[in-house]
Ligand binder design. Structure first.
Ligand code: RM4
Ligand code: MN
Ligand code: MN
Length: 424
């Protein structure tokens, strides 16, 4: 289904007076409001194809009705999101969960919906039906060269799909590691992984990047072969200029200072970008901003500061993606909340008074530094984010339109109530 423009206009009209009141109030206190709005308009967050269905846990999966059953329907869902918030103009495919078959047909749909193809993701953490060799004991790290070769070839295959679609990056997340002491020779596992990654790197087109994602634990619980940002950065540095470290917010040990990691990766020119989500305990993959919004703000503070220090383009120079999936919400509503949380944190980070913060830091004025950050964090910028949406034809309240138009109900009518999306 598509949302007719006039429906969004009608909705915006109904909220306009109240929106204007809120916007004028917050905008009055901000110099450069126009340039901030433009930055918000330019900023887009990619949607992973696996987040459009209800995510399961290892205990069960409660599929929702009307889930997208094909890559085309997943694109349709991202198109719906994008027409509501004008900030979700890209989709990231996980292969083989979603194998593009007819490239030109798929590219056509993307063009109609105004979508681009973000990074493509490989999957060597599961065995597929017709797969020859098993990844039970790892993939790129495996002691058996033939298994490594199979995993390398899969990654090269994923790059080929990406080239056809116009993607510019490959994201490699490995579950490789060990569950028990003694299971693995750490150095050999690292070296095997590095050599495998080098072969994949050699297959990258000139204008591509490879994102090396790390994760502290799960599914391996004693060691992960790409377990933290230090290890990822080691690989990225050894691989070369097209290799970068990808930060997934849920992939750290509890209480890790992610904002500091971000700052240093940016300093090194090695930050690939983000997989946004939120968590209380581990890789919980909850809605962005639902648990630790202040941390998200502090991360964006470092992002904006660090990107500006390097003269980077906020919207284009890093990869921005949501990586969340869970059991209890409608996936589209969840994604709307996630995108909104990201835009709010980004907007707030833009508003931070850098000059004053810098002065406070230079004077060791700890109290002033905290005041500056928290004043901004407590500023309600939702009307600024909504204004950016309004100006680009999106909805003042995407969630409200989604519910009022009964979009899920319409999707259930079209797709049925027993559909299951591929993914986790
Ligand atoms: C992993 C990691 C990857 C994602 C898979 C589905 O934990 O976050 O980015 O592709 O999950
Ligand atoms: Mn991830
Ligand atoms: Mn994850």
């Amino acid at each position: 289904m598509r949302i007719e423009k006039f429906k969004i206009e009608e909705h915006n009209h109904s909220l306009l007076a109240e929106h204007k009141r809120k916007f004028d109030f917050v905008a009055a206190g901000i110099d450069n409001i126009e340039s901030f709005i433009q930055k918000l308009i330019d900023f887009n967050v990619a949607i992973p194809s696996w987040a459009l269905g209800t995510g399961g846990t290892r205990f069960g999966r409660f599929s929702g009705a009307g889930e997208p059953g094909s890559i085309e329907e997943k694109m349709e869902d991202v198109g719906l999101l994008h027409s509501l918030n004008q900030s979700s103009g890209a989709i990231s495919l996980h292969i083989p969960w979603d194998i593009p078959e007819n490239y030109s047909a798929i590219k056509n749909i993307a063009a109609q919906l105004g979508l681009k193809f973000d990074a493509v993701n490989s999957n060597t953490f599961q065995d597929q039906k017709d797969q020859q060799l098993s990844y039970k004991f790892g993939s790129l790290q495996h002691v058996n060269k033939d298994v490594r070769k199979q995993a390398i070839e899969h990654n090269i295959e994923v790059i080929k799909h990406g080239i056809e679609l116009g993607s510019k990056a490959l994201t490699v997340w490995l579950s490789d590691g060990s569950c028990f002491p003694g299971q693995l020779n750490f150095r050999k596992a690292f070296q095997n992984t590095l050599e495998s990654l080098q072969e994949i790197y050699a297959a990258l087109p000139a204008d591509w990047k490879v994102f090396i994602e790390y994760k502290a634990y799960e599914p391996n619980f004693y060691s992960m072969t790409v377990g933290d940002w230090g290890q990822s950065l080691l690989y990225a540095n050894k691989l070369g200029p097209k290799a970068y470290t990808l930060v997934d917010l849920g992939h750290h040990l509890p209480n890790a200072n992610i904002e500091q990691i971000v700052s240093l990766l940016l300093m090194e020119g090695k930050l690939a970008g983000f997989h946004f989500n939120d968590s209380k305990y581990g890789d919980d993959d909850l809605t962005v901003g639902s648990i630790k919004p202040y941390q998200l703000f502090l991360i964006f503070n470092e992002l904006v500061e660090g990107m500006d220090a390097r003269g980077m383009n906020h919207a284009a120079d890093l990869g921005w993606m949501i990586d969340a999936s869970h059991n209890v919400k409608d996936p589209l509503e969840d994604l709307m909340q996630s995108v909104e949380a990201i835009m709010i944190s980004y907007a707030q980070a833009l508003l931070i008074d850098r000059k004053k913060l810098n002065e406070a830091q230079q004077n060791n004025d700890v109290v002033a530094a905290q005041e500056i950050l928290q004043n901004t964090f407590r500023t309600d910028v939702r009307a600024i984010v909504a204004e950016a949406r309004l100006r680009t034809g999106g909805a003042l309240s995407p969630l409200q339109v989604f519910r009022q138009m009964k979009i899920r109900e319409q999707l259930i009518k079209e797709r049925g109530s027993r559909t299951i999306a591929t993914g986790l």
